[in-house]
Design a protein around this ligand. Sequence first.
Ligand code: PEP
Ligand code: MG
Length: 580
Amino acid sequence: MSLWLSGIGVSRGIAIARVQKMHGGELDIPEYALAANDVDGEVVRFYGAHKRAQEQLREVRARIPENTPSDIAAFIDTHILMMDDRSITDTTVGHIRNERINAEAALRRTRDALIAVFEQMDDPYLRTRRDDVEHVCSRILRILLKSEKQLPTRSEHAEPFMIVADDVTPADIILLSQQQVAAFVTEYGGPLSHTAILARSLGIPAVVGLRDARRLIRENELLIIDGEAGHVLADPDELALQFYRDKQAAQQRHRADLVKLKGRDAISRDGVHIHLLANIEMPEDAKVAEENGAEGVGLYRTEFLYMNRRELPTEDEQYEAYSRIVAAVKGPITIRTLDLGADKQVDSGRSHGPLPTNPALGLRAIRLCLKEPELFRVQVRALLRASAHGKIQIMLPMISNLQEFRQARTLIDSARDELLAEGIACDKHVPIGAMIEVPAAAIAAPILARHARFFSIGTNDLIQYTLAIDRVDDEVNYLYDPLHPAVLQLIRHTIDSGRKAGIPVAMCGEMAGDPRFTRLLLGLGLTDFSMHPASVLEVKQIVVESDIGRLRSAVAELLECEEPQQMRDRIAELDRLHTH
Ligand code: PEP
Ligand code: MG
């Protein structure tokens, strides 16, 4: 009998295949005391397992084909780096020696303490690093416990197969993607986990967070998954099978059409050039952005340079990273200065006292940089030095008033004067812009627009702060609504204020890359969209099929809607307006 299940769709696409369950399972970690003369042997056993885990990851890294986008290899590099980080080995060996406990229990303590740090973080991207800690430690634990996960192998499966597992690590995904895997269903994980991001990059449909999946789904039964809707259908009847086969074929045709848009500019039917840019997290992503038809980089999240390490990155190291992006991207590059939360200083041994109870409202982003001008100065000098080689813009995160903007600009000016006095080249007129992601900044946009050279709307935070919902709290996720009238009014006001002041306004939050909102945003007058590289072609297709003049008048009326459903219906009508 058919069974409908529902999880979180994190990677689009329809897949139809038979199930292969992957038994990783939760690890049963024993704890026992060691006799004094067994301690040295236990340390040696731990180092041996750690070394084997390092080798395994390096083997996975070596198996990644040369032509694979570099962001995919970067996920494994993150795990290799984490594995090499002495804080895991030193702390674990410390537990073995000081508490005289076995290696598994000692490693569990290290893991739990690290996870606790990551779980406190308010930034969802940084919080997902908790999964990385879990994956890296589990790899060592499995070796210690001799319970290594068995991945299905190609010879067993001439046909594509569907993985159903508790969790899948990035390394598992890479190995499985080289086999015939059609899709993944996992019991854990969320849309921002590395596993989800990797599945999207590799184009493998995936549904995560489907609790009890392994219990409810049977080995070898036929499964349909819709990676967009998060639907899973086990043992489908003929009718359902035919419906999804048709849908799958239509999607394949659509993807083939999108590829044709790669080299084309995003020009609307009525001749408006819309700039489609990429959000990147690592310098290596810049190449992928270009390959996906982005005109440049609209948001480089530099905080990733500061992660998984104890020392802060030096000016030279940052200069090198920024210069690599400049070398890889022909178009403009907007680099955001450090957006760390108050909690993030733990990594580099910096601390401003106890962790705040509400870090999203605390000392984060530009607030932290203004409080720690030396931290800011090092980054700004590196940015300015890289600006000598390409078209860089500096973007300040979480600006909430004009004074912060002015203070930051003064620091940037003095870093520039310093460099020039040292005879070091830089672009003397690097545009400095503000992210509009705090409601106060959106409301005061006309004032900020007199001083900033550009705006970029960060809808992820703007929605969080406007609707008073923690963006990483699952309990209130249902309130997270980009179409809330208050959010749309703030977006419109920001775009209008920028236009009146003659400065460009971009959007770099998730909303900019969501094809459901493209026509709405075009109708609000947005001309610069920055998004995950994988969304660029989809958004481009909508742009080239849109008549922006028509959208502007339709959207002006739509903003009057009082009911959410009415609003959604009217947005769907914008699409129909263009397809008929
Ligand atoms: C945003 O807030 O919309 C944004 C783009 O920044 P981040 O998601 O990095 O906070
Ligand atoms: Mg933000």
